[in-house]
Design a protein around this ligand. Sequence first.
Ligand code: GLP
Length: 237
Amino acid sequence: MKVIVCENYDEMSAKAFGVMKELLDAKKDAVLGLATGSSPVGLYKEMIQYHKDGYSYKDIKSYNLDEYVGIDRKDPQSYYTFMYENLFKDIDLNNTHVPYGNTEADCKAYEDALSEVSIDLQVLGIGQNGHIGFNEPGTPFEELTHIVDLTENTREANARFFDNDINKVPTQAITMGIGTIMKSKKVLLVANGENKADAVKAMIEGPIDTACAASALQNHADVVVVLDKAAASKLSK
Ligand code: GLP
């Protein structure tokens, strides 16, 4: 894993975009794996600025990691809406995919679509409990796209998007599995803030164990982790 520690969120976002830009410039039809959450929003702003500066995403494809079960795509809290508001509406990326549904057939359909492409760069955030996508602690590393029951910790962390009311947070999600994520050619994980410091330490320095889903990334050949100082604060080196 290559770990880059930045002064603050803006520098983290700019550095992360630098990693993505190398791919965008080299491969006009690159396939991106995208993530929701507050962590990559700054990176998405950089992507939007690059489009304003003249870059076209018209031949790029994107595949998102996950989506809540039980809320409509058009719901303001859906991950589909999140991606539209924070990225898709401001760039000319038209070939976008966000998983949807609650059945095994829905999971298989998404995995089948993914098997027809090869993700060049998978963007990830990390949950406070070390989840990537919605792969909660204990998820077997070989899982592909599947339906998950969200942990209390994750629902609490995401209640801020649901009027701070945990009862409004969906209890399930559809997510790419760790097995799916590990197939991508390169992984770019961004994390900021002190509340991510334990998860970041477990991901980078902890044992490779399903207790920290992100620790699976230690087995991936090409991972770049971009952190702000606070998220890096518990790393020993
Ligand atoms: C959510 C998403 C993850 C995301 C994580 C962290 O639960 N499913 O993909 O990485 O939370 O979110 P944030 O970046 O807002 O801290």
